[in-house]
Design a binder for this molecule. Sequence first.
Ligand code: HEC
Ligand code: HEC
Length: 272
Amino acid sequence: MQRFHALVLGALAMAAIEAQAQAPAPDLAAGKARAEQICAACHGANGVSVGPAIPNLAGQKAAYLAAQLRDFRSGARKNAIMNPIAAQIGPADAANIAAFYASLQGAARAADTSPMFPSLAMTKVKLPADYKRDFVHYTTVNYPERPQVRHLYANRTAVDAAKTTGMLPNGSVLIIEVYVPKLDANRKPVAGSDGNLVPDTLSFVTVMEKQPGWGADVPEILRNGDWLYGAYNPDRSMRAANQAECLACHKPLAADDYLFSLKPLREFAQKR
Ligand code: HEC
Ligand code: HEC
């Protein structure tokens, strides 16, 4: 038993040494360039992240970072934002980026980097003034456990195009109103006669809009064609939102023109 154990450990040690011998030395400059182009939108170019739900990478061990990228890529580690990004990062790229972030000095406690990339932090999207009048409410999504109820709206351009197959044209705009639903005496959300939760107070509004050339400044790994994103408070002011997160999470829906709700939109359009 003792002997077997030693043999196994010996084999593992050999494998580790061989792996080291085979892996080419990481290219820090290439890693830095990739990090600045893509990862910086959330993790900061200096590895200090832009928000509380995004981990700092500066000073983290390179092997750990590379392992996380591999697990996000395979889906062994699940995250709606990192999975589609890591799916586009190959092992050599991952090793370079990991080595770059590992080479940086760790962050001071509670430090945040302000979002960079003007093209990502800011957006060309505006909240359409009269969307309640000009857009149609095509579907409702209920999240009883949050609790939230979401009303999805589309403009004319999007609805007309959704009658046929094919992608939505430039000028398409989609909007979500996110509401806190009405609660009963037991603080359970109340459903209306159509089965949907009854909206009470508006929390915020999100918008996606497609216009010619709008995606041109977005790095390919995040790019959603020519769609850009915006978020707004109930008083219509801009809401602090990192557009890179919108792009990353919608990215896997490329075959549906980056829409989660293309199917209900088509069903709605075809019935009209
Ligand atoms: C749109 C925002 C966004 C972008 C862009 C982004 N990340 Fe992330 N990343 C996240 C979030 C959010 C998490 C936390 C995921 C979780 O909770 O599991 C994360 C987690 C990670 C982790 C795990 C860290 C840990 O401590 O376990 C690694 C490694 C990582 N990202 C690397 C990268 C690299 C490399 C890039 C660029 C190729 C990148 N990320 C781009 C948002 C982003
Ligand atoms: C964690 C993943 C995720 C992130 C991040 C995300 N979305 Fe979405 N988005 C969804 C899902 C899922 C739907 C489908 C409707 C629903 O469940 O609310 C959706 C739907 C939408 C729609 C309606 C059209 C469609 O695709 O079905 C708009 C508009 C939208 N999101 C805007 C945004 C904006 C703006 C941001 C960034 C501020 C954002 N989204 C970030 C997951 C995400």
